[in-house]
Design a protein around this ligand. Structure first.
Ligand SMILES: [Zn+2]
Ligand SMILES: [Zn+2]
Length: 763
């Protein structure tokens, strides 16, 4: 808002205006140019290493400065506008000047965004020269990060370089009044990239039940008709996909509403320019093949985001003109799953697609524009009333996460599962796109490339790198490749530090890590249900869940019945194990293992506590993918309530044995309500007791880790803490799961570098 405290009379004036933020490659200069012309100002605008610089003169500079912010182009983000008086230059008009650029340019690429409404009108208009052209874009939309090789963001530095613009495209590109002025990927059917198949053919094959590999923005998708049971089953079998649900793309918001009851926050996410996959509650199957969700209560929905996606739905709808059909419901729905066979990275090139997808897809649809940066779809969920990432990638990367202040350059190298890399430059943290699980050579290569790319485009030399405590992780071994000090960060410390970093908390912070697995700082127990006090690079464990046995070690994480058996044994009901789990192979053996106390390490993991509850209740005795049991338990909860006396606080330990005992005698739905209600109440009580006991005065606590993806738990925890006067901070900018670890690690590494220099400003 303009300064309203004084009245400024219109007078002729001159000003130098500096605009910082995401203001390059987003149509900011032509916007300034048009605005200045409209207001009758003269002067100039240019891009430089610090953002956008404007010299403007005339009367009405206050209105100009106000509208710079108020009317800024849709893809821009203004962090700061600085205005200083300047000498009049007597310039006759307003012009766009050529960019001034020096080394060390502090600018970034913007994320890829969905095709805009104006471009949709172009591709649905039979009289438009871009009718049905799948690579249509403009300054307000289209690919960015995934086509850019290096900065500055100019066409020559992108994979559009080989396509010389035709005279019509060139004229648009050169005209400041045109929507495609300096749109680097500008293209048309005359001069731009071409698809290897016709849209009508693609749709005919999809409707015929074939599996189509479709080249997208950041990689290939495998697409099938989501209503065709046989096609979905064939895709699942050929992809050797575990039981994880498939994401489904639908034409419109109303089509999505035909499958899920969307609240306002979910609908806003679904239609946002970033177009993430939004996990929501499946309302009615509405003819979807059962193989899509396999009985899970949740479904990941997303809307089309490239012109190609829209053209497929357009063709399926009978090629209606205009955009009005997108306000209607359409039955046609596509399973769109990442083409990453064998858990290896997403397929990005046409030749790679023929090699790796040949046995899965019936047809491969590629094109002649390279994907430079591999990038999966982002996955989000509304958790505790606000959007949160489950996977942060396309549409979010490489947007930075703002920190409280400028810090030394550092890298966080992530963990083992759902790995990401994070680089800190000044007061911003750049979290890489989701890379994947580091359990194969190809993903490890992609991981190392991503680290190199990030350091390269940010032009930083990290002073420290941070990795996990676990010695066997490839990410830990990779830390040695950097010729700088390595900080090894305990897994749950990193989870809480990530929350501190994004919420810009410099002082001490108490944190509740509710997670699957992480090596403990004591080296004896697997952690995962910890109350920590984090103060910069230092961490103190002030409480934890009472340990459970994990019979069979890691196997117990995939077979919740084993955790159920461990709980029974701990309750003194070991004799029930063989009977209760008689359908499971090895139930007798597990009872014996627990009795003899071999191969059953201790764990304080909250994830394993969920598994124990699921095991006892018979909810997913054997999981087909990570987190399945907890997801199914969450879906069963209807009206959670705490069980009186369901937990005990004994010194530094929080014990849910009474709850687990009660679960032995109830049905799964009642059990799900009791479990969530008691867990939240017990955790909140424990936090209040322990923080008082250790004299920690702050009335807020951070919570993170994989269990915070559970909406029921997150909501209950906030309200239970609130009743005790404690605020809850949760991850919003980075995932609560291990995808957010690298942010916390990088932040700690940077603080450690600061401390080494002796300025100690984090204390
Ligand atoms: Zn557009
Ligand atoms: Zn052209």
């Amino acid at each position: 808002m303009p300064d309203g405290s004084r009245i400024v009379s219109p007078r002729y004036d001159a000003a130098r205006i500096r605009v910082r933020g995401a203001v390059q490659g987003v149509g900011f200069r032509p916007f300034v140019w048009s605005l200045a012309r409209e207001l009758g100002l003269s002067g100039w605008v240019l891009n430089d290493e610090d953002g956008v610089l404007i010299h403007a003169e005339g009367s009405g500079l206050d209105v100009f400065a106000y509208r710079l912010r108020a009317d800024a182009p849709p893809l821009s983000r203004i962090d700061e506008i600085e205005r200083a008086p300047a000498a009049r230059s007597g310039a006759p008009a307003f012009e766009i000047r050529t960019s001034a650029r020096r080394a060390g340019a502090r600018t970034m690429i913007t994320p890829d965004v969905a095709v805009c409404d104006d471009c949709l009108l172009d591709i649905f208009d039979p009289s438009n020269r871009r009718y049905a052209y799948p690579f249509t874009n403009c300054t307000n939309c289209g690919p960015r990060y995934t086509i850019t090789r290096r900065l500055p963001y100019d066409r020559a530095q992108t994979s559009m370089a080989p396509f010389a613009m035709c005279p019509a495209c060139r004229a648009e590109y050169d005209d400041p009044a045109d929507r495609r002025f300096h749109a680097q990927p500008n293209a048309c059917p005359e001069c731009g990239p071409r698809l290897s198949a016709g849209i009508a053919d693609i749709v005919a094959r999809l409707k015929g039940g074939e599996i189509v590999a479709l080249k997208g923005l950041g990689g290939f998708h495998l697409a099938v008709d989501a209503r065709n049971e046989a096609a979905v089953d064939r895709l699942r079998a050929r992809k050797r996909r575990d039981g994880k649900p498939f994401a489904v793309m639908v034409a419109s918001r109303l089509s999505a509403a035909g499958l899920a009851r969307l609240d306002d926050a979910e609908a806003a996410l679904l239609t946002s320019r970033a177009r993430p996959i939004v996990v929501c509650r499946l309302e009615k199957s509405a003819g979807l093949a059962s193989g899509v969700t396999r009985g899970l209560g949740d479904i990941g929905l997303f809307l089309p985001y490239t012109p190609l996606h829209y053209l497929i739905f357009h063709e399926a709808a009978g090629r209606p003109p205009g955009r009005a059909w997108l306000e209607e419901h359409h039955d046609f729905a596509l399973v769109m799953t990442s083409a990453n066979p064998g858990g290896e990275p997403l397929v990005t090139s046409d030749s790679e697609a023929r090699e790796r997808l040949g046995a899965i897809a019936d047809v491969i649809v590629g094109h002649d524009r390279d994907i430079v940066t591999r990038c999966d779809d982002s996955v989000m969920r509304v958790i505790d009333g606000a959007p949160a990432y489950l996977r942060r990638a396309r549409g979010a990367c490489p947007s930075p996460i703002k920190l409280s202040r400028a810090m030394p350059p550092a890298l966080g190298l992530g963990g083992h599962l759902k790995t990401t890399i994070c680089a800190i430059r000044d007061d911003e943290a750049f979290l890489s796109q989701h890379i994947g699980d580091l359990d194969n050579a190809a993903t490890y290569r992609f991981y190392k490339e991503t680290a190199a790319h990030l350091v390269d485009i940010l032009e930083i030399e990290p002073e420290t790198v941070a990795c996990d405590l676990h010695p066997d992780f490839l990410s830990t071994q990779f830390a040695a490749d950097w010729d700088v000090p390595v900080v090894r960060v305990q897994h749950h410390h990193a989870h809480i530090a990530a929350v501190a970093a994004e919420h810009r908390i410099d002082g001490p912070l108490a944190g509740l890590a509710l997670d699957g697995f992480g090596l403990g700082a004591d080296g004896e127990e697997n952690w995962g249900g910890e109350l920590l006090v984090v103060e910069g690079p230092a961490m103190r464990r002030v409480g934890a869940l009472a340990p459970l046995r994990q019979p069979g070690g890691e196997r117990a994480a995939r077979e919740p019945w084993r955790m159920g058996a461990a709980a029974l044994h701990a309750l003194g009901r070991g004799a029930d194990i063989a009977r209760r789990f008689r359908e499971q192979d090895g139930a007798g053996l597990v009872a014996e293992v627990l009795e003899r106390d071999v191969n059953a390490p201790h764990t304080s993991s909250a994830g394993r506590l969920f598994d124990a509850a699921c095991g006892i209740l018979g909810v997913t005795p054997v999981a087909s993918f990570e987190g399945e049991a907890a997801m199914r338990l969450e879906a069963l909860a209807r009206s959670p309530a705490a069980l009186p006396g369901g937990y005990e606080i004994r010194g530094e330990r929080l014990d849910f044995s009474p709850l687990l005992a009660a679960l032995c005698d109830v049905d799964p739905a009642t059990g799900a309500d009791l479990f969530h209600g008691t867990l939240a109440e017990g955790l909140a009580d424990f936090v209040a007791c322990r923080l008082a006991a250790v004299g920690f005065p702050l009335r807020r606590v951070a919570a993170s880790g994989g269990c915070l993806q559970n909406n029921v738990l997150a909501r209950l925890l906030r309200s239970a803490l609130g009743r005790r006067g404690i605020d809850l901070l949760t991850p919003r900018a980075a995932p609560a799961n291990d995808g957010g670890l690298s942010l916390g690690q990088a932040w700690i590494a940077s603080l450690a570098a600061e401390n080494q220099k002796g300025d100690g400003s984090c204390a």
